[in-house]
Design a protein around this ligand. Structure first.
Ligand code: GLA
Length: 732
């Protein structure tokens, strides 16, 4: 009784319409090509009736029947737009709460919706749902990027109950698809083996993709997938959705083929050990689930995401990127001022823009001479760098090169002064032995003092050295023994830790970007252990993997390229792998090019080649960063790989092709049909990055129509003697 009185007061205050309605409310969430149609049923529950290509007459959306209701005679059990737990809907929930009085039931009915246009391209639809009994309100947000066909979806959960409620599960998105069959491509891996794809046909039941690793959340699995409808999509054909969760922590994505062979998708923060208390009048905003859909295959879908990411998400996504020389693999922890000064000169000789000083420059009581000590003590090591970072920045500048630096501010080695001073800042179970990854532990970023400390590391570096031009931000350990002394002391639930850690990280990054909006920063996590679109609001690029073997990178970068544009992908020429320098360079040129080699070990021809390659890269990098990507020949299915980037005006393109299989070394014995060119334009094709002393098999003077190149095709002539080929294609 009490509950009923309370809820009607609650409703009166926010002045909503009555719950009972006759005509269904239809809410189409539209982009240029697609639509998600939401519709209320007779009990005002909001369901999804359609997802896919949009209709030209929006009035016809009302004709679409709700599949599960039709067959069930029941109120949309499966197709709920945000499934509440504990009442009439008994399928896997999107939102599950425990009320202040301990009751676990939740119902959500439609109240109102509105759409606000941010500009010609971006609109935000918000839909208010409410529990008729308990004072819990949910607003579903759908931000549409019309031209790019991208939808960003999240929810805000609010309670006006007197006592705190507990969010047991709080997904970002709940979608519903109707197709003949469903094919899910997801990724697995570990350190140096990131992004191995597996495609499977989904069968009845729930398929889960998740992470419980905390800090280095994506070590084994990223929050990205592609989902094909009816049959597996190819690059150019088929219905496909690319989806990703913008969250740098534990995630859970559930794909449920229901009793009617329709597909329910629930994606969000992993509720594992993360019950989240919500006080009266507080709001909880879930992270964004971002997706795009195409009826024309994975190529178009990924270009949608690239266009969106460059324009709306990645920091400086429409800008450019610097080339660099990194010293990690050249020196590891073993360097001093004299050695570094030589490396600055090497960088200058090579022609790169920046020198990036990696791990090992800090800590004195426990010097950072290996990964076993010093993490947390961010003072220059006086033995290696007696004159400090300031001196290095100046030396680099004198040489004509910019200076960047590596940090791993979220972590601590037990062998450090920081650990000795602040053991309560460390995530660890007080009564259990510590468990390490790479001899280190994460700091407790749920603690505001720790947030200030982490911010302070970067702030101090920039205040003392305003000319620092680049940051590599690393994060090498997952979260074991999750426990926060801060949450304990401030009488907050331990189950907040996983979520508050990530929120704390974003607070630090937000503050940093407010003061230092432009400095390029690389997002690294022992390789690709943290790659997501929330972090990329603050970072200009990410480190896909410590594995820089170019053969491996062809496969890995291919998979990353479904979700992230090349401008965000760091790729370095190193000594990994057995391929020649040219091959290694060509592969690294498909991203933000860097070097991690001992330049002084290069022979004369190698040096000459590399210098020319940097010049070539500077001339074409904007095509690679901002152009449309076409994956032409899949290395997983062929002995060679080919892909190309084309400018929006279709006047310039760069094509990369590589021999990846060596059973017979035949390579490209037939022409490849190019894509993305203008059929009516004429083009010339020129080979780039020729190794000194070699001749191209390509005739530079020949003129080809775009039609010819895209229909008859062009053979880059990759074979055992020419294992990698880069072509510049230019309209005349
Ligand atoms: C991680 C990174 C590497 C390097 C080392 C330094 O493994 O992925 O690139 O920076 O840390 O310790």
């Amino acid at each position: 009784m009490y509950k009923h009185i309370f809820s009607s007061v609650f409703l009166a205050i926010i002045g909503t319409s009555s719950f009972a309605q006759n005509a269904p409310t239809i809410i189409p969430i539209e982009t240029r090509q697609n639509v998600l149609v939401l519709q209320t049923d007779k009990e005002n529950h909001l369901g999804i009736t359609y997802f896919g290509k949009k209709l030209s007459q929006a009035t016809e959306y009302k004709l679409i029947p709700s599949q599960s209701r039709q067959r069930d005679g029941n109120a949309g059990i499966y197709n709920s737009a945000y499934t509440p737990a504990g009442t009439w809907n008994v399928s896997e929930p999107a939102l599950q709460v425990t009320h202040g009085d301990g009751n676990k039931s939740l119902d959500l009915v439609y109240v109102s919706h509105s759409t606000a246009k941010e500009n010609d391209n971006v609109s935000l639809t918000s839909i208010v749902l409410k529990d008729p009994v308990y004072a819990v309100e949910v607003t579903l947000f759908y931000k549409t990027y019309f031209q790019e066909n991208v939808v960003e979806q999240w929810s805000v959960i609010k309670s006006e109950e007197k006592k705190p409620i507990t969010l047991e599960k709080y997904a970002s998105a709940n979608l519903y698809f109707i197709a003949k069959d469903y094919y899910l491509t997801h990724y697995n891996g570990t350190w140096a083996k990131e992004m191995n794809p597996e495609e499977e046909q989904l069968t009845a039941g729930i398929r889960v993709l998740d992470s419980k690793l905390g800090t280095r959340a994506n070590l084994y699995q990223p929050p990205t997938f592609s989902l094909s409808f009816d049959k597996p999509a190819t690059e150019t054909e088929g219905k496909v959705l690319l989806g990703t969760l913008a969250w740098s922590g534990n995630f859970k994505m559930e794909f449920e083929v229901d009793s009617y062979h329709n597909l329910r998708l629930i994606a969000g923060i992993n509720p594992y050990s993360s019950e989240y208390p919500l006080a009266s009048k507080q709001e909880f905003k879930t992270p964004s689930f971002i997706y795009t859909f195409s009826e024309n295959g994975k190529g178009e879908a990924s270009r949608n995401l690239h266009n969106w990411a460059r324009k709306y998400r990645i920091l400086d996504g429409e800008g450019t990127r610097m080339t660099l020389l990194n010293n990690w693999e050249a020196t590891y922890f073993d360097f001093n001022e004299a050695k570094l000064s030589e490396l600055f000169k090497d960088g200058k000789k090579l022609g790169v823009d920046l020198f990036l000083l990696d791990d090992g420059w800090f800590a004195n009581k426990y010097p950072r001479n290996s990964d076993g000590a010093g993490l947390g003590d961010w003072q220059e090591n006086v033995k290696k760098l007696p004159n400090g970072i300031g001196y290095l920045v100046k030396e680099a500048q004198k040489t004509g090169i910019k200076f960047g630096i590596w940090v791993e501010p979220e972590m601590v080695n037990p062998k450090s002064e920081l650990y000795e001073k602040h053991p309560d800042w460390v995530i660890k179970q007080p009564q259990r032995p510590e468990h390490y990854m790479r001899n280190q532990l994460p700091l407790d970023l749920s603690n505001p003092e720790v947030q200030d400390f982490v911010y302070g590391i970067l702030d101090k570096l920039f205040i003392e050295n305003p000319d620092i031009a680049y940051i590599k931000w690393d994060c090498n350990a997952t979260t074991f023994n999750p426990y926060s002394a801060y949450l304990e002391k401030s009488k907050q639930a331990q189950s907040k830790l996983y979520v508050d850690y990530v929120k704390g990280l974003y607070k630090v990054l937000e503050k940093l970007r407010t003061k230092y909006p432009k400095v390029p920063m690389m997002l690294c996590s022992g390789g690709g252990g943290r790659v997501d679109y929330e972090a990329l609001k603050y970072f200009t690029e990410f480190w896909p993997s410590d594995n820089t073997d170019p053969l491996e990178r062809i496969f890995m970068q291919w998979e990353y390229s479904y979700f992230f544009p090349s401008i965000a992908l760091s790729a370095h020429v190193t000594d990994w792998g057995k391929q020649p320098l040219k091959f290694r360079t060509d592969v690294a040129m498909m991203g933000r090019l860097g070097y991690d080699i001992v330049v002084s070990h290069l022979n004369e021809k190698d040096l000459q080649f590399s210098q020319q390659a940097v010049t070539n890269y500077n001339a074409v990098k904007d095509i690679i960063f901002q152009g449309d990507l076409f994956r032409l020949v899949d290395p997983k299915k062929n002995d060679y790989a080919a892909l190309m980037y084309v400018t929006k005006s279709k006047s310039k393109a760069v094509l990369f092709s590589y021999l990846v299989g060596n059973r017979n070394g035949d390579g490209s014995d037939t022409p490849i049909r190019l894509e993305g060119l203008d059929a009516s334009k004429n083009y010339k094709v020129k080979e780039l990055n020729l190794y000194p002393g070699t001749k191209s098999a390509i005739k530079e003077d020949q003129v080809y129509s775009g039609e010819y190149l895209m229909t008859a095709g062009f053979n880059p002539v990759v074979n055992a003697r020419r294992t990698s080929v880069v072509l510049e294609i230019e309209a005349m």
